[in-house]
Design a protein around this ligand. Sequence first.
Ligand code: PHE
Length: 453
Amino acid sequence: MSKPRKSIHGEWSSRFTFILAATGSAIGLGNIWKFPYIAGENGGGAFVFVFLICVLVLGLPLIIAEVAIGRYGRQNPINSISNIVEENKSHPMWAVTGWLCLLSGFIIFSFYSVISGWVFSYGLQMGLGTFQNISPDDSIKIFNQFLSQPWTLLFWHSLFSLLTLLVVAKGVQTGIEKAVEILMPVLLILILTLLAYALSTGKFMEGLRFMFDFDFSKLTGESILIAMGQAFFTLSLASGAMMIYGSYLPRGISIPKACFMIAAADTAIAILAGLAIFPIVFAHGLEPASGPGLIFQTLPVAFGNMFGGQVFGALFFMLLLLAAFTSAISMIEATVAWLVENHDMTRNKASLLGGLGAWLLGLGTLLSFNLWSGKTLFGKNFFENIDYLVTNIMMPLGGILIALFASWVMSKHSILNELGIKEGPGFWVWRVSAGLIAPVLVLLVFFHSIEFF
Ligand code: PHE
């Protein structure tokens, strides 16, 4: 396999568009839905502090590694990694890394699309006033009823998948780049608008305290592992996303600098999201719930009972939808690129086929909440099983392999060339973080999260 000098899918027009696209990938449900809550639960400011350290010592070296492998290989993750393996005459087993990443992105897309479908529907219902003056009990009833209707869920899941694949089919510059150029500024405006709304509730300080008060008593060993897992997921690592986006990055752009900006923007949005959500929850005297409960049960009650809640609630779900959309694009792009490069398909055909495959797999998730809710394997339904497989097993393993691969298997000359630096302290900081600290940390998360131990 020879290495092309440029990806056949084209390149980002500028460093800025790459940063927009990669930040769009990073900012997703993980930032707006998960981060605020886990921060509040695990010791507020103390947790945010630990999370920042995890981003610096684990997330940043790994995202740099992925983008560098992508730009060096100039193809989909499977080919890029196989090329390096061949070039260095390393053990062929390393090629598994590319497969793990590509499959992880594909599988995450399948369930992300189903859940983003819920967001779609909730945004619309919020705008139409369905949640006006509802009680917490009503809210739970509405949510359960919604989940019990497979055809409704199918409609929203299909619509979300279709829209994502339409963008992907249009290609790197005319599809993905155009989409993020329009959507990312809208996302920023939406989050600032919601922040202003949160300020007007009079409960801003309470929200600020919930997220930032240093409470070391709540910061356990477990919280540290949670912070590492979150740093990993929020930067879209080990899913092929950053690697494929890296393969479209023009030469001459500094990877470490660009990655630093992506990690900083991603973290800033996660913090702003928390500052926007909690005052709204507290304004109505509600308790912040975890997981799907916060977004689909608690927030509709809060918005439904507040002045202007109908409009701002709809804007909130729109924000969530945009964040999910730009992430979903990056999850499936590697699969589409692989179909084009290895199976000689046009981009349209590859998007259709890749999208159809992920959509079909998504049906398993969709049915897990209704018709198949009783069907379990290892005590988990279909959705819980694939979520577990990908987030607790495939992604950590992929992450460890990428870290070791970039730092020890790829030749020093090639990696220095990609990072645009000389062998000096900067390189060694990266190499020790990516090649030693990151794999050990991810291994800890891995052993912690798999249930056999
Ligand atoms: N980073 C995204 C989020 O925080 C999730 C994601 C994972 C996106 C993997 C792309 C690839 O929600």
